[in-house]
Design a protein around this ligand. Structure first.
Ligand SMILES: [Zn+2]
Ligand SMILES: [Zn+2]
Length: 834
């Protein structure tokens, strides 16, 4: 068709254009380049020329997107100072004027693929709001030890130089590609130049960029980049690096973070109220205990075996009962005639809860061994309940029940005792010992509709604080008893109590370590040799720090192995903790083959050097980022940082670091202040089956137990123990419903990788393996070796999970993906963990 046109048309009426598309504007040194992509020629009739027409012709070469931008390169000029933004038909006419007969108009297409990328970016865990959270935690921490990379600085410079030599750009650009929602590899990201145009010249139809001043252009670009970042309105310079998606622990990490954030907010808000000289009521959602419901459940499990019988074969069968059983899980207890309770205690507790919830004062008239009679205190109100022990067993049954109140809510509710008040506001009082009694009284009125006396409020407060004080005094004396009790009830566990060596005679407790046998055995039965180490402070009136060692289960979720209470995180306390850990987990050969992930605690680093010199020591990239960001605040650098940390091979690492250097040479230098072997995937040794660059699982543990950190040692340890035991049980139950071979979080990752394979092609396979090529991008190629379980992208061997390239090769060879997933991710392994 076009050929025909050309033949009959006057050549002067034809405009030759060369589209450059699928590439990206990249600033290299003082010059601007359009790297990657392809070119395509079109012949356009000059008198029909319009922006729409231009897009139509581009459509012959590629799929045109609405958000694409077009630039015309003025003849004889460089990209850096000679681009004309084709914004409307006028711009196109101007272009036509520049191109004489026989000349070719060079048009550069820019596309940053906003819509397509969004899903991919959101799935990452490393972005903003969570880091704010990290900042909060960070403020409690001591400054980092500085670990300087020995020989990395030389390497940095080499890399930057390598990029500046444009000759190498050809290899580098192969790594830039962007998947859309469906995993399709669309192309091109964006460039500083585009932002310049958009921000500085949004209303002008077309604009020649700094035709005469290349230096000025560079400044404008950086200035407008900053502006864009401030506005936060523009899409970022996102870039896809294979397998940056999270390590699968996500859901729990996020859940725990939410839990802790909610708790911290509550504590912060409550402090505001308590500090004010207020007599007003504190908002109710601030005062009620977060964990109240959980504690209730311990007493009243609905799953009691009294409703089961054994059949002839010894199987448990649910007993059919003609009577309704009491449901302890409902918010307001509900009663009915004939209802059965498992004990008298359950019944009286239920009635108290009922009275508190409905604001009725219920009193118990007759409280004998075998019967209970309760009535509403309001004069003349007919509500009453009578229950007695049944003949069959110790169960209680409602015999008489009058469910009608002829009363109003009772301000004089006798059920609201000092003890009830103490229990309900325990956390608030612990966190705010200076809470004013007047405000407390007003709060009880608003919250429980009970007009209690000042002295009752004082008594309640005293109860909580006395318990805390006596706890702090007596609990420390009882540590040895607690140690014995734990050892008795958990045989095989390690519970170590360390005395203060300076006060030997006094038996002053100094440190407490516990590693439960269940966790120890579960760890040895199938956890990878990957341990996160962490420390956090106690809260409230209690002094001390908690050290913990958190492994990961087969489903990539936290698996707390051991924890310890110490006065302070120091060289000595870490050495002591690590020493016990080495013994409990049978860590041999100075830690060879083990991975430890931590923040940058000085004492810990020293202990690692002294006791585990052969272990791999990763340092949480979130932590490193948080420090780096103090100096390099620009929001858009955040993504750059993570892309670098998660690049799984040196080439990608160097390339992405060079790209960062384009934005901030100083930032790229600073990033290397911590040796990348501690935080960048590309430098991690192979063999641990863990690609994680962060210490999120430790953070999760500490978020999960945040309430416990307000209590003195034994109460605290009991709360942690219970919480962890409940979790073990939950994990066990959860896994019974799983089907297949691979744990669900892992399967999710595999599914994502499988999806990516639709845009890959196996080029050849020989005895050494497969070469796999990306179809839609610039044809990046990777070598997969299925015998050795490796891919040159670096991910397969690091994670023990096949990357998209490996999966592609697996399919090609007619084998099964499951056969290339390490057993550490199997459901069977998970079941051994718990
Ligand atoms: Zn009543
Ligand atoms: Zn790969």
């Amino acid at each position: 068709m076009y050929g025909f046109l050309v033949e009959i048309m006057d050549p002067a009426e034809i405009l030759n254009v060369r589209f450059h598309f699928g590439g990206q504007f990249i600033r290299i040194g003082p010059s601007l380049d359009y790297v990657g992509g392809e070119t395509g020629m079109s012949k356009i009739e000059r008198d029909k020329l319009s922006l729409q027409e231009l897009k139509g012709f581009l459509g012959d070469h590629m799929t045109v997107k609405e958000s694409m931008k077009y630039y015309f390169q003025l003849p004889g000029r460089d990209l850096v100072n000679g681009l004309l933004f084709l914004h409307d038909d006028g711009g196109c006419m101007k272009m036509s004027d520049y191109i004489t007969e026989g000349g070719v108009g060079e048009i550069y297409v820019e596309y940053n693929g906003e819509e397509e990328e969004q899903g991919e970016i959101d799935s990452g865990s490393d972005f903003e709001d969570e880091l704010d959270e990290l900042m909060n935690i960070g403020s409690e921490e001591e400054p980092d030890a500085v670990i300087t990379a020995e020989d990395c600085s030389a390497e940095v410079n080499d890399n930057v130089n390598a990029t500046e030599q444009t000759g190498t750009a050809g290899e580098i650009i192969e790594h830039i590609f962007v998947p859309d929602v469906g995993g399709a590899i669309t192309r091109v990201i964006n460039s500083p130049l585009k932002q310049n145009v958009r921000v500085d010249y949004p209303t002008q139809s077309s604009q020649v960029l700094n035709v005469s001043q290349p230096c000025q252009a560079a400044q404008d670009i950086s200035g407008s980049v900053a502006k864009v970042a401030e506005n936060g309105s523009d899409s970022e310079d996102y870039e896809y690096v294979p397998h940056t998606d999270d390590s699968g622990e996500e859901s729990e990490v996020v859940e725990m973070r939410k839990h802790a954030r909610k708790f911290r907010k509550k504590m912060g808000d409550s402090k505001m109220w308590a500090d004010a000289d207020a007599t007003g009521a504190v908002p109710i959602d601030l005062v009620a205990n977060v964990e109240e419901v959980v504690e209730d459940m311990e007493f009243e499990s609905s799953d009691e075996d009294y409703s089961y019988d054994e059949d002839e074969d010894g199987n448990m069968v649910r007993r059919k009962s003609q009577f309704v059983r009491f449901n302890p899980d409902s918010d307001i207890p509900h009663f009915s005639l004939g209802m059965v309770f498992k004990s008298k205690k359950q019944l009286t507790r239920a009635m108290k809860r009922y009275g508190l919830a409905t604001k009725r004062s219920i009193s118990f008239l007759k409280s004998e061994e075998a019967r209970v009679r309760a009535k509403c205190d309001w004069p003349g109100c007919p509500w009453m309940l009578y229950a007695a022990k049944t003949s069959r067993c110790s169960r209680f049954q409602i015999i008489t029940f009058e469910d009608e109140h002829q009363c109003a809510q009772n301000r004089d509710n006798k059920l609201v005792t000092a003890k009830v008040i103490a229990k309900r506001y325990e956390h608030f009082i612990l966190a705010n010992p200076l809470w004013k009694i007047g405000s407390m009284k007003a709060t009880v009125m608003k919250d429980m509709f009970a007009d209690v006396s000042i002295s009752k409020c004082k008594a309640a407060k005293k109860l909580v604080l006395d318990q805390l004080m006596s706890g702090m005094k007596s609990e420390y004396n009882k540590v040895f008893d607690y140690q014995l009790e734990l050892l008795r009830s958990n045989p095989g566990s390690t519970v170590a109590v360390c005395l203060d060596p300076k006060e030997k005679e006094e038996n002053i407790f100094q440190q407490f370590y516990v590693c439960f046998n269940a966790m120890k055995q579960g760890f040895k039965a199938g956890c990878r040799k990957v341990i996160g180490l962490y420390d956090c402070f106690f809260k409230g009136a209690c002094q001390g720090e908690l050290l913990d060692a958190i492994a990961r289960d087969a489903n990539n979720q936290m698996y707390p192995v051991a924890w310890a209470v110490v006065e302070k995180e120091t060289n000595e306390s870490w050495a002591w903790f690590i020493g016990l850990l080495i013994k409990d987990l049978d860590i041999n050969d100075q830690g060879a083959g083990w991975v430890f992930i931590s923040d940058k605690q000085k004492g810990l680093i020293n202990s690692m050097r002294d006791y585990l010199p052969k272990a791999e020591h990763r340092m949480c990239a979130r932590h490193i980022y948080a420090n780096w960001r103090k100096k390099h605040k620009d929001q858009k650098l955040q993504k750059r940082f993570w892309v670098i940390a998660k690049s799984a091979n040196r080439e990608d690492f160097n390339y992405n670091k060079a790209k960062l250097a384009q934005l901030t040479p100083e930032g790229a230098k600073d990033i290397m202040k911590t040796d990348p072997k501690h935080w960048a995937r590309a430098f991690f040794p192979i063999g641990a089956n863990c690609e994680s660059v962060d210490n999120n699982l430790c953070e999760s543990f500490n978020n999960a137990i945040i309430e416990a950190r307000f209590y003195p040692i034994i109460s605290q340890q009991e709360k942690i123990r219970k919480k962890m035991m409940v979790r073990v049980q939950e994990q066990k139950t959860k896994s019974e419903k799983w089907n297949g071979i691979i744990c669900p979080n892992i399967f999710k990752k595999i599914k994502a990788n499988i999806k990516r394979t639709q845009f890959l092609e196996v080029l050849w396979n020989g005895k050494d393996g497969f070469e796999v090529k990306h179809l839609n991008s610039r044809g990046m190629r990777y070598i997969v070796n299925l015998e050795k379980w490796t891919c040159s992208c670096g991910y397969f061997q690091l994670a023990g999970l096949p990357c998209c390239h490996a999966i592609c090769a697996i399919y090609k060879s007619g084998r099964k993906v499951e056969d290339f997933i390490d057993k550490c991710y199997y459901i069977d392994t998970f079941k051994k963990n718990y």
